[in-house]
Design a protein around this ligand. Structure first.
Ligand code: 4NP
Length: 163
């Protein structure tokens, strides 16, 4: 359990919050649930931009989650100022997300801004935006990356806590 019995909080960010960050959120939630540590985490996702606020994920993201038995029931929202002091970890999917997050973060805010792909043991750092693709392959790839990065991050965290 986190120190002080507080839940650890993670927020997954992408540009629109309808393709990559919902998959990352769903997969991370499933990963901690499967590890029986779901009660130690509070998890959400959000967008850099406001275009899709209130909408469910893109049907291709929902399809890929369904295919891999990842439950998902959230809708898009845009990141707010307060998120930077509420969450412990805010994960971006690509370099552009990281630049946007760093630009938006209030000075001295609590959240660690991390690129999710940095926790991929295969070193595939960028979770590419599949929104404009004509097929679903990029969504499947995002799922596979999210599985590896979720495990990679949680393993790293465990090692850091044991120090
Ligand atoms: P996401 O994909 O950032 O992975 O959710 C996108 C979804 C929508 C848009 C861009 C990226 N858009 O410009 O509407």
């Amino acid at each position: 359990m986190a120190s002080g019995n507080q839940k650890k909080k993670a927020l997954f960010i992408c540009l629109g919050n309808i393709c990559r960050s919902p998959i990352a959120e769903g997969v991370f939630q499933k990963t901690v649930n499967d590890m029986k540590i779901g009660n130690q985490w509070e998890i959400d996702s959000a967008a850099i931009g406001g275009w899709h606020v209130g909408n469910p994920p893109d049907w291709r993201a929902l399809d890929v989650m369904k295919k891999h038995d990842v439950p998902y029931n959230n809708t898009a929202r845009q990141i707010i100022f307060e998120d930077f002091n509420y969450y412990d970890y805010i994960f971006g999917m690509d370099e552009e997300n990281m630049q946007d997050l760093e630009r938006k973060a209030p000075r001295g805010s609590k959240a660690k801004l991390l690129m999710f792909g940095d926790f991929d043991p295969q070193g595939d750092r960028i979770i590419r935006d599949p929104y404009y693709d004509s097929d679903s392959e990029g969504f499947e790839k995002c799922y596979q990356q999210s599985v590896r990065c979720s495990k990679g991050f949680l393993e790293q965290l465990e090692q850091d806590m044991a120090k």
